[in-house]
Design a protein around this ligand. Structure first.
Ligand SMILES: NC(=O)c1ccc[n+]([C@@H]2O[C@H](COP(=O)([O-])OP(=O)(O)OC[C@H]3O[C@@H](n4cnc5c(N)ncnc54)[C@H](O)[C@@H]3O)[C@@H](O)[C@H]2O)c1
Length: 342
C-alpha cells in the first residue's frame, strides 16, 4: 500500500474543526501538523485530534516535511500563505472565499501556474449529496437542457457568533455564501457572463451587505437567479439548505426543504429524499455542510495522487470569482456587468 500524503493544516479556527474531522476520514492522507499564529489554538487542536506536531508560523512549510497544505484562514491571508506554499512547492487546498477581489485571485493563480504547483479552492457545496444527485439527474438527460434555475439561501442563522469577523467584512454575503451559490450555478447550469445584482444591508451596524439578489445569463442561454440573505426570519430556520428549482426543456427539479427533490418529468412527479452519510462528528444544524467536507478533501487527494484537474481548481474558480466581482460592480453601478470583461 502506498504511504498516505502528509499534510499541514494552517488556521485552527471555527471551520478547521470540520476539516480535521474530515481529514481523519480521507483515504490516502493524514494531517501530521497544525499551525496557527495563535499558539494556544494550534496546541489545543493538535491535542484534540492527536496530531503529532503544532507550529505558530507557516514558515514551517519550508521544512520539506509536507506533501500538501490545507489553508483554513480567512481570505485576506490567502495570497501570502499560498505564495509561501508555492515557493516551497507544496500543493494547496485553500478555503473559500479564495481572495477579496478578482485581481488578487488572478495574482495567486498566475504565481502558482508559473511554478506548476497545484492549487484547489475548498468549495464544498457542490460536494453536498443533494447537488451531486442533481448533477446526476441533469447528466441523465431526464429533464433536458436547462433553461432556468434558481438557487436560494435565505435564513437568519446567527453567523456572527461563530464568525465575528463577518460583522466587519465589507464584501460580506456575496463572498461568504454567494460564492457557494455562484459555484453551484456554474456546476448545474453552466458558465455565465452577464450579471446584474441588487445588494442590501438589512441588519444594522454591518460593514457589508447581508442580502443580495443576482441575475445571471449563462452562455447556453439559460437564465438563473441566485438570492442570498442572512436576514430572513423563517420558522423552522431552513439553514443550511439551499432551495430552488431547475427547469429543463422536458421537466423540472424542485429543491425543497428537508433535503427533498421533487422531479417532474414525462408527465409524472416523484420525490427523492437525499440522506447525508452518517458520521459520528456531524451535528444539526450543520450536518449537510459538514457531510460535504470529506468528499471535497477526498477529491483533492485523489486528484493529487492520480492526476487530472481539480473540479474547483484555482484557475477554474477565477470564473466563479469573476461572477462575484461582476455582482459587486453591478450593485455599485446599477448596470449589467459582463464578467468576461473584468
Ligand atoms: N466552506 C464552508 O462551508 C465554510 C464555512 C465556514 C467558514 N468557511 C471559511 O473558512 C475560512 C476560515 O474561517 P473561520 O471562521 O474558521 O475563521 P477563524 O477566524 O475562526 O479561524 C482562522 C484562524 O486562522 C489563524 N490565522 C490567520 N492567519 C494566519 C497565518 N498567517 N498563519 C497562521 N494562522 C493564521 C487565526 O489565528 C485563526 O485561528 C474562511 O475563509 C471562511 O469563509 C467556510
Amino acid at each position: 500500500m502506498t504511504k498516505p500524503l502528509k499534510g499541514l493544516l494552517i488556521g485552527c479556527g471555527f471551520f478547521a474543526r470540520n476539516q480535521l474531522h474530515a481529514w481523519s476520514e480521507t483515504a490516502g492522507a493524514e494531517i501530521v501538523a497544525v499551525c496557527d499564529r495563535d499558539a494556544e489554538r494550534a496546541r489545543s487542536y493538535a491535542a484534540e485530534f492527536s496530531i503529532p506536531a503544532w507550529h505558530d508560523t507557516a514558515e514551517i512549510l519550508s521544512s520539506g516535511a509536507f506533501d500538501f497544505v490545507d489553508i483554513c484562514t480567512t481570505m485576506e491571508t490567502h495570497e501570502e500563505l499560498v505564495a509561501l506554499a508555492v515557493r516551497h512547492r507544496v500543493p494547496v487546498i485553500v478555503q473559500k472565499p479564495f481572495a477579496p477581489d478578482i485581481d488578487t485571485c488572478r495574482r495567486i493563480v498566475a504565481n502558482a501556474a508559473e511554478a506548476k504547483v497545484p492549487v484547489m479552492v475548498h468549495e464544498n457545496f457542490r460536494f453536498q449529496k443533494i447537488f451531486q444527485r442533481i448533477r446526476g439527474i441533469l447528466d441523465s438527460g431526464e429533464i433536458g437542457d436547462v433553461t432556468f434555475g434558481r438557487l436560494s439561501w435565505r435564513n437568519a442563522i446567527d453567523v456572527y457568533s461563530n464568525q465575528p469577523y463577518l460583522l466587519q467584512t465589507k464584501r460580506f454575503i456575496i463572498m461568504d455564501v454567494g460564492i457557494h451559490m455562484l459555484d453551484l450555478a456554474r456546476f448545474l447550469f453552466g458558465d455565465a457572463g452577464d450579471v446584474s445584482c441588487f445588494a442590501q444591508s438589512v441588519k444594522e451596524g454591518l460593514a457589508g451587505e447581508d442580502a443580495a439578489t443576482i441575475l445571471l445569463r449563462h452562455h447556453n442561454h439559460a437564465t438563473s437567479i441566485v438570492d442570498v440573505s442572512y436576514a430572513s426570519h423563517r420558522f423552522p430556520n431552513p439553514f443550511p439548505q439551499t432551495l430552488g428549482e431547475i427547469e429543463g426543456r422536458f421537466g423540472t427539479i424542485q429543491i425543497l426543504e428537508g433535503e427533498v427533490l421533487q422531479v417532474h418529468s414525462d408527465g409524472q412527479q416523484r420525490r427523492e429524499i437525499i440522506q447525508n452519510d452518517s458520521r459520528s462528528w456531524t451535528s444539526s444544524p450543520w450536518t449537510q455542510i459538514q457531510d460535504s467536507v470529506p468528499r471535497t478533501q477526498q477529491h483533492f487527494i485523489d486528484t493529487l495522487r492520480h492526476g487530472g484537474d481539480f473540479e474547483t481548481s484555482a484557475e477554474d474558480s477565477l470564473k466563479t470569482y469573476a461572477l462575484a466581482e461582476a455582482a459587486y460592480r453591478s450593485a455599485e453601478t446599477g448596470r449589467v456587468v459582463d464578467a468576461r470583461t473584468l
